[in-house]
Design a protein around this ligand. Structure first.
Ligand SMILES: NC(=O)N[C@H]1NC(=O)NC1=O
Length: 497
């Protein structure tokens, strides 16, 4: 698609040209991370390029002789945006449930990637569950690729599933990894989807041995039903519409129990351990107390472990979730405001390594919005299009910088997924860029375009946010600008080699 479409009246508004992962001015604060982050490769990266700085620093994307001049065209830059030569790079990256094939009525490759493009996201990694069948074998990955054909508006990689059926079978896992999944994902509690059963610590420890050979990560949903439930646990008398009931049904003890169970597996990833070279990544941490403390200790002891949290844990608090409003139901749950502040602190201190959307929509009827039953409704937040402005809008109160945002949303997720040509603006990298106006406010009212399949199940509707996406480039192609998508779906599937 022609770059010429990027020019015109949008571009003088350019405030920040941010490859969300990339940077020309930034040193990632790895020194502040407790323990070692498993991939210190980008420790001298420079990040966001502000419009003002773009005047001083030519916007260099390509190596000379590789599809461009290697620097911005002067005339184009005066108009606000450099002409982007083809093999450049950067990229905001999120993991999300796109639900196709099999549950396309929940989301889909076309709707999900259009929402991503509109939200300034250039790369997604699709979760292995909520689609049917789950992505647990070479054959089921092939079904994913077939379902995604000609539907991708941004680049999409795939996590595979670690489930009891393949976990103890190294050749099955190898065939899935050889087919190109970027890593594996497993659950330590029921996943909500019958065809994606949970794993125990033996499955995880064995799976890690195979993953170590491939140097690809295992993402873990770390909640486990404790052997002994606390007396505060749910009993039949409590009102299922009350958010406090849901909170009691899924206390921090679930996250703690899972992480305690993983201690042996984490130790195995240390130098000299049985699965040295493997990497455990804890998805969507909510408990900022004991669970986070256990992870800090494991990192400090040399385990190869990282952890993410999600915008919904940073934007909302239990106190403000209205009773019966199941749009806010997710697992683990959104906890109280002190916990939220502690998550921000841990993110800023480097104890939480990165962010992820965990966009997990369903068909609206499964959210039981009329009944308002928190115990029976689908658990999952629908958010993909909004995660960048949400994090920015809320993070400003905690003093975050644009460069930190780029690190949490792009550099580190790209490292986790092993995407060597994404996550930075560097010669030879894919030209993945979002152009946005961080200070521009907008209201997510009924007239605001939403590209997810089901707008009404998102807890962010009605909120005032700041950070308007002006345009999104994927691999040098302008995929979204002036509230419109490119006609062609020019995103690419990403397979590990
Ligand atoms: N199955 C599924 O998408 N589960 C997700 N939903 C959620 O709230 N947490 C999850 O892991």
């Amino acid at each position: 698609m022609a770059m010429a479409a990027a020019k015109g009246r949008v571009l003088p508004l350019l405030a920040v040209a941010a490859a969300l992962a990339a940077a020309l001015l930034y040193r990632a604060p790895f020194s502040k991370v407790s323990g070692r982050f498993p991939f210190p490769r980008y420790s001298n990266l420079r990040s966001l390029l502000s419009y003002e700085k773009a005047e001083e620093n030519p916007f260099v994307f390509a190596e000379p002789g590789r599809g461009g001049e290697g620097r911005a065209d002067q005339r184009d830059r005066r108009r606000g945006l450099p002409e982007l030569p083809a093999p450049a790079t950067g990229g905001g990256l999120r993991h999300a449930h796109l639900d196709e094939p099999g549950r396309a009525e929940w989301e889909g490759f076309s709707t999900g990637t259009r929402a991503a493009a509109a939200g300034g996201i250039t790369t997604l990694v699709d979760m292995p569950l909520n689609s049917y069948p789950s992505t647990v074998s070479e054959e089921t990955l092939k079904l994913k690729l077939d379902a995604a054909k000609d539907k991708l508006h941004v680049d999409v990689g795939f996590w595979g599933g670690l489930v009891p059926e393949n976990a103890l079978n190294p050749s099955a896992l190898e065939s899935l990894l050889n087919a190109g999944v970027l890593g594996l994902k497993s659950f330590m509690c029921p996943s909500g989807i019958n065809d994606f059963p949970m794993t125990n610590s033996t499955h995880i420890e064995e799976g890690l041995v195979t993953l170590a050979k491939y140097k690809r990560p295992l993402l873990i949903h770390a909640e486990r039903i404790p052997d002994v439930q606390n007396e505060d646990g749910i009993d039949g008398e409590l009102d299922p519409k009350a958010y406090t009931t849901y909170l009691k049904s899924r206390p921090p003890a679930w996250e703690e129990a899972a992480i305690k169970d993983l201690q042996h597996a984490m130790k195995d990833t240390e130098i000299g351990g049985r699965s040295e070279g493997a990497h455990i990544h804890i998805v969507h941490l909510s408990d900022a107390k004991t669970s986070l403390g256990l992870l800090k200790d494991a990192k400090q002891n040399g385990a190869r472990v990282s952890v993410e949290t999600c915008p919904h844990y940073l934007a909302f608090s239990a106190e403000e979730v209205p009773d019966g409003d199941t749009r806010f139901k997710c697992a683990p749950p959104i906890r109280d405001s002190t916990n939220r502040d502690n998550l921000w602190e841990a993110l800023l201190d480097g104890h939480i390594d990165m962010l992820s959307s965990d966009h997990s929509p369903s068909a609206p009827d499964l959210k039981l919005m009329e009944e308002g039953n928190f115990l029976r409704a689908w658990g999952g937040i629908s958010s993909l299009q909004f995660v960048l402005p949400v994090t920015w809008s809320h993070g400003k109160k905690y003093g975050i910088s644009l460069n930190q945002l780029a690190s949490w949303w792009s550099e580190r997720p790209a490292m986790l997924a092993g995407l060597k040509k994404k996550g930075a603006v560097l010669p030879g990298y894919r030209a993945d860029i979002v152009v946005w106006k961080p200070e521009a406010q907008f209201h997510l009212d009924d007239s605001h375009p939403v590209y997810h399949k089901h707008r009404n199940i998102s807890a962010y509707l009605g909120k005032q946010l700041s950070g308007k996406i002006l345009s999104t480039f994927v691999g040098g192609n302008l995929v979204f600008a002036e509230d419109k998508h490119a006609k062609a779906a020019c995103g690419a599937p990403i397979l590990a080699k």
